[in-house]
Design a binder for this molecule. Sequence first.
Ligand SMILES: *Cc1c(COP(=O)(O)O)cnc(C)c1O
Length: 376
Amino acid sequence: MRAFDDFDGEINRLKTLGRLRSLTPRRAEGIYLYTDHGERLCNFSSNDYLGFASRHCDPDRQGAGASALVSGWTELHQSLADDLAGFEQMEASCLFPSGYAACSGTVATLAREGDIIFSDALNHASLIDGCRLSRATCVVYPHRDMPALRALLGEQRRRYRNAWLVTDGVFSMDGHVAPLVQICDLAEEFDASVIVDEAHATGVLGDRGAGVAELLGVKHRVDVIIGTLSKALGAHGGFVASNSQVVRYLINRCRSLIYSTALPPVVVDAARASLNRIATTAADRQRVKSLARSVRAKLEQVVSVHEMDVPIIPVIVGADNQATCLAEKLRKHGFFVPAIRPPTVPEGTARLRISLSALHTDQMIEDLIRCMQKVL
Ligand SMILES: *Cc1c(COP(=O)(O)O)cnc(C)c1O
């Protein structure tokens, strides 16, 4: 694909200049740094000015002290990145300080001047900010509207060098699933690359919990997967999985990765433990899916019943104050169901947003439904 050939060109240019960088695992211990060949170096690279990070007796309270490219990248970071690449069935992966940093940085970096981005109207703010930061032209297509996307591609694609189709996998405020099969078909037809943000789907959807791309059988047709370690994985941070050219390019060019402190090792360790557990949590995935089905069935009068398995269930009420008033009533009965208002959602579509967890018991669900039926 042409976009990736461009990255090769840029990587070769950096190599010629002697400026190609890669992530090298290092381990900090006090004021010393140990390389993966066992070299001991006195560390003059950290931002740990007062020694707080290094002097914690408890390594579980240590920060990374520096960005990943300087000295914040450890064997643990590399192992998690390798595990994530395997999980996502991609060649390589890289960790980011947050999902927000991964989304905004990746879109802004990969889509360059002379390129065009097609972005779903309901994409998450982090992808929208990536579009805004990018030097590419950005076109917003109506939510999940494939004929409209097709028409826009037909009109505009040929005037640009590379085209990027950018979408949430699961839309966070609606619980909708992106039509990834059709998006991948259009990408093929119009020579475009697909970037999917799997924040709400990683660990939740698909047989192995590898997201919407797995659920819809397009794992090998999506070019770039972005995910978060902070939702179903219960830790913190973001990641990008793709081919090795893209990952190398991001490591060398992505500002939200290069210019921010790396994830603390303890967080990386927690995320890695969660990821290892994902394979054995099919029962929890099944549980949250069946809760989603049952809540949708019971609230069918007020919720969309299309995306049965998605554990995000919005009850759209319209006016801001109506949503907050309902949330307040539920709160009085002991339920916290947040009211989501503009600008997070479009004007006039304020809503209650129910997020389900495998920890909810049948009784809790029953009580919530009874209470909602009373107040709605
Ligand atoms: C939560 C979320 C993010 C941001 O992830 P963080 O790890 O919380 O920064 C990105 N995209 C979507 C769709 C999200 O829901």
